[in-house]
Ligand binder design. Structure first.
Ligand code: SF4
Ligand code: SF4
Length: 75
């Protein structure tokens, strides 16, 4: 595991993301970035990049789509 990977993970469901970027703005660790593609409903889903995700859950709480973000804290 790389030094900057603490094992915490955020999974974004690209089909449910509306590309509002609220999660990008909320993440102080800058783990979320705009993705490359466009989903089936015309939005650009965000992508998770592991840096120093603390599994704080802020991205989950600011996301208006209940199923778009899941936070997994490392054991
Ligand atoms: S859980 Fe916290 S640190 Fe991790 S991506 Fe979401 S806002 Fe950023
Ligand atoms: S807050 Fe939710 S809907 Fe908005 S860009 Fe992030 S994952 Fe997508």
């Amino acid at each position: 595991m790389p030094d900057d990977d603490n094992g915490n993970r955020v999974v974004v469901d690209p089909a449910q993301c509306k590309g509002c970027h609220f999660c990008i703005d909320a993440c102080r660790a800058k783990c979320l970035v705009p993705g490359d593609g466009i989903n089936g409903i015309g939005y650009q889903p965000v992508r998770f990049e592991q840096r120093k995700c603390t599994a704080c859950g802020l991205c989950y709480y600011v996301c208006p789509e209940p199923g778009a973000i899941t936070v997994h804290k490392a054991d």
